[in-house]
Design a protein. Structure first.
Length: 101
């Protein structure tokens, strides 16, 4: 019975698009959290303190903004918030790709 429910969900186009998009986003975030400090060491020849500060800076916006915003947004309707939050993350990247950045 449980297998049938999984198949039914995977047949929905909107769910598949969301699932693949979130998977790509998570993969990109994971690669960035590994590659950014690695690039700092190899290309910029930084020390361990600078790499530690860079790694902490990656999480700083989430700690400062994400935790309080999450508590506040739990009190509003979820669908409009989800749609609005996904849009800004997609906005500048196509323009940067077109500009060669």
């Amino acid at each position: 019975m449980e297998k049938m429910e999984h198949r039914r969900v995977l047949r929905q186009r909107d769910f598949r698009l969301l699932w693949f998009g979130e998977t790509a986003r998570t993969l990109g975030n994971s690669v960035t959290s590994v590659a950014l400090p690695l690039i700092a060491v190899v290309v910029l020849d930084t020390n361990a303190t600078a790499v530690g500060l860079l790694s902490a800076a990656i999480w700083l916006p989430w700690v400062v903004l994400g935790l309080p915003a999450g508590a506040w947004l739990d009190r509003v309707r979820r669908r409009p918030v989800m749609l609005a939050c996904r849009r800004p993350g997609h906005g500048p990247w196509p323009g940067w790709a077109g500009a060669g950045l």
